[in-house]
Design a protein. Structure first.
Ligand code: KG4
Ligand code: ZN
Length: 362
């Protein structure tokens, strides 16, 4: 089965083709530089960029893989959660394509797609505990199969990636700043007394990162020399030397440790509540973070679990994860009608698939 994946939920426009679970080709256009000027994603600009870029990316993908639109069996599209205007660009494109070619439409939960993405490279083992740490979400799930996700814990305020980006903004790193904090963190040992591990002194599986962000803000306000005077670019970060660099690295490492260790505590707690699982799947942009990766390796090792961590390119938003998740859903008989709704952030993505149909009868 040839599945096209379309991703337009935030600031990456991406398409990919997956044939029977294997990646055939992909194209991605990031809007990061456009939004960096504003210090965050501007929804209206994001939608317009998707609209401008998506048809060209699709055409290039077909050309590069020698595919015709009529060859596509299923069109999988990220239908939420995300920015509504951006999602609508991808969803409308997908519907048009299905109308024109007769392909099946599969609306994909963007968060599930992050967690299923590593299946492109290795076999996923279920049941699994899933930790999704992205710019918009921090969720733990009990994943019983590719179509059965039970939400266990979620953030009550800022997502882990949002905390990285907000702390990075305080220090005047470019947006999105998570990877700059990660890079500098590697140069220092964390001071584990510097910042709190937020919202751990309670029995819940939920997260709350806004207090940690405030603690860093207070520290930075008391140590203004840590902050770049104008927004730093990669060269400015590389050019920072001596004591100032060492101090900044310690702050980054300490903040990074607070996030990683909070994730560890909540994942260990979730494992106790979830019952026996075979694997731990960690996904989303923050799964690219080196300290988070190391911490989760330790958690998996200590609990005798297979650790599934996507390659760095698969951590952040991409089309391959949507195509792959769409293929898993389609083969499980989950597809949608042309009334598929885009779901903005904050609303639960419904399980509103049509009754299964017989594959092969297009
Ligand atoms: O999953 P993603 O690409 O987009 C969403 O669906 O939100 O995640 C983007 C987030 C951003 O907050 C970014 O700063 C963060 O992932 N991120 C990182 C790293 N690489 C990306 N955070 C910490 N360390 C990294 N290496
Ligand atoms: Zn994402």
């Amino acid at each position: 089965m040839l599945t096209l994946g379309i991703e337009t939920s935030c600031d990456e426009t991406a398409v990919a083709l997956v044939e029977d679970g294997c990646l055939k080709g992909e194209k991605l256009a990031t809007q990061v530089d456009t939004h960096a000027l504003f210090g965050g994603v501007v929804p209206e600009i994001a939608s317009r960029e998707h609209l401008r870029v998506l048809p060209r990316l699709y055409r290039d993908l077909l050309d590069e893989t020698g595919t015709r639109s009529e060859d596509i069996d299923a069109v999988a599209v990220a239908r939420g959660p995300g920015l509504l205007g951006s999602l609508l660009v991808g969803v409308s494109f997908a519907k048009g394509l299905c109308l024109a070619t007769g392909a099946s439409l599969v609306g994909v939960n963007h968060l599930w797609a992050h967690l299923l993405a590593p299946g492109l490279k290795e076999e996923l083992r279920f049941p699994a505990l899933g930790l999704l740490v992205s710019g918009g979400h921090t969720h733990t799930y009990l994943i019983k199969s590719p179509t059965e996700f039970e939400l266990l814990g979620r953030t009550l305020d800022d997502a882990a990636g949002e905390a990285f980006d907000k702390v990075a903004k305080l220090l005047n790193f470019p947006y999105p700043g998570g990877r700059f904090i990660d890079d500098l963190s590697r140069e220092a040992d964390p001071d584990t007394t510097l910042f709190p591990r937020p919202y751990i002194d309670n029995p819940t599986l939920d997260f709350s990162f806004s207090g940690l962000k405030t603690a860093v803000a207070n520290y930075v306000a008391a140590h203004p020399k840590l902050v770049f005077e104008t927004m730093a670019d990669t060269e400015a970060v590389a050019g920072l030397k001596g004591r100032r660099r060492a101090d900044l690295a310690t702050v980054c490492a300490s903040f990074n440790w607070s996030v990683a260790d909070t994730l560890r505590i909540k994942v260990e707690r979730a494992l106790k509540q979830a019952g026996p699982v075979e694997s731990l799947i960690v996904a989303g942009g923050v799964a690219a973070n080196s300290m988070v990766r190391e911490t989760m390796k330790t958690v998996a090792g200590q609990n005798g679990l297979v650790l599934t961590l996507p390659d760095l390119a698969l951590c952040t938003d991409n089309g391959a994860m949507i195509a792959y998740a769409g293929w898993r859903l389609a083969t499980a008989g989950c597809e949608h009608g042309l009334d598929l709704e885009a779901i903005p952030r904050g609303r639960v993505v419904p399980l509103d698939w049509n009754p299964p149909r017989n594959w092969g009868k297009k």
